[in-house]
Design a protein around this ligand. Structure first.
Ligand code: NAI
Length: 339
């Protein structure tokens, strides 16, 4: 199957366009790490989604204030703040979707993998709580290194004997798609709403592989320009880290991207067929247990994983080049979770 003719849900409007429209069945969403740089703007965007009935904000600090503040916005969704491990179970009870941006961000000179030592433990403990309290919820994993944190979550669920969870444990790579769409629209002088670039592989350096050959609408670019744009997309996170000069990594664009992905997941839960890219456990690429692919979302999370499809020679080299790095990051996550 190919996702080709369909746009990967850039129709998603973070709900604003549909305000006042019929809100479908209500959902409860939790944000873990809600007082952070991503967590705060993301929580606000989720508060604006008409399908969210309840928003549960959890962090180890600061959530009472964020929740009090957001609760004054006159959207229908009810907001509650939970602080500290003893309140984590209450935060997660009855959740349909749990979004996890908890953990430390990069500083200049750091790779996403440098975050592993701190973030792996945070994600493992939060995933353990999700598996115990809301095992059927969809998880959106934002905490880096996503290439390893998604395998960690899967191992936690497997160890607890929860079957079918890999379709619900989704690494959020949407910022890579958002950036690709923005850069390509600028490059080609196109309406950004019409641009859709699938991005596959993983979410770090060369594992981020935009498929410019499959971009909609179809455009003609010189090979050299394709290579330069690919490199810019792969390093776009570092552009932000350097510009922030020690104050963290992408937060506003990440919140925007995560809200779009969350909205797509919620639409899927309500029975819509929605297309996105996500980093998930899959058997698409021989020898790799996880891969970011074009997927169809539905009531059970990922309903279908699409083949990579036809790619250029440059992209094929990119796929072959990313396999060893992705494999290492996957194994690192799996080993951590088992010990
Ligand atoms: P931040 O430091 O501003 O916020 C992180 C929040 O997590 C803080 O409020 C902190 O108190 C909280 N936290 C720490 N330990 C926790 C725990 N055990 N339980 C609950 N909350 C906990 O960081 P920022 O900028 O919001 O980034 C968060 C993560 O998102 C980082 O790992 C970063 O690398 C990642 N990220 C991922 C992107 C992606 O495309 N997937 C893009 C940008 C950032």
């Amino acid at each position: 199957a190919s996702v080709g003719a369909r746009r990967v849900s850039s129709t998603s409007s973070v709900g604003y366009a549909s305000r006042g429209a019929v809100a479908c069945s209500a959902g409860k969403v939790a944000v873990l790490g809600a007082a952070g740089g991503i967590g705060q703007p993301l929580s606000m965007l989720v508060k604006m989604l008409p399908s969210v009935k309840e928003l549960s904000l959890y962090d180890i600090q600061g959530t009472k204030g964020v929740a009090a503040d957001l609760s004054h916005c006159n959207t229908a969704c009810k907001v509650t703040g939970y602080v500290g491990e003893e309140e984590l179970t209450s935060a997660l009870e009855g959740c349909d979707l749990v979004i996890i941006p908890a953990g430390v961000p990069r500083k200049p000179g750091m790779t996403r993998d440098d975050l592993f030592n701190i973030n792996a433990g945070i994600v493992k403990s939060l995933a353990t709580a999700c598996a115990e309290v809301c095992p059927n919820a969809i998880l959106n994993i934002i905490s880096n290194p996503v290439n390893s944190t998604v395998p960690i979550c899967n191992e936690v669920y497997k160890a607890k004997g929860i079957t079918g969870a890999s379709a619900r444990i989704l690494g959020v790579t949407t910022l890579d798609i958002v950036r690709s769409n923005t850069f390509l629209a600028e490059e080609c002088g196109l309406d950004v709403d019409q641009v859709d670039v699938p991005v596959i592989g993983g979410h770090a350096g060369v594992t981020i592989l935009p498929l410019l050959s499959q971009m909609r609408p179809k455009v003609q670019l010189e090979n050299k320009r394709i290579e330069e744009l690919t490199t810019r997309i792969q390093n776009a996170g570092t552009e932000v880290v350097e510009a922030k000069a020690g104050a963290g990594s992408a937060t506003l664009s990440m919140a925007y991207a995560a809200a779009r992905f969350a909205e797509s997941c919620l639409r899927g839960l309500q029975g819509d067929k929605v297309y996105e890219c996500a980093y998930i456990e899959s058997s698409l690429i021989p020898d790799l247990e996880y891969f970011a692919s074009k997927v169809q979302l539905g009531p059970n999370g990922v309903e279908e994983v699409f083949e990579v499809g036809q790619v250029s020679d440059f992209e094929q080299q990119g796929i072959e080049g990313l396999i060893p790095e992705l494999k290492k990051s996957i194994a690192k996550g799996q080993e951590f979770a088992k010990n």
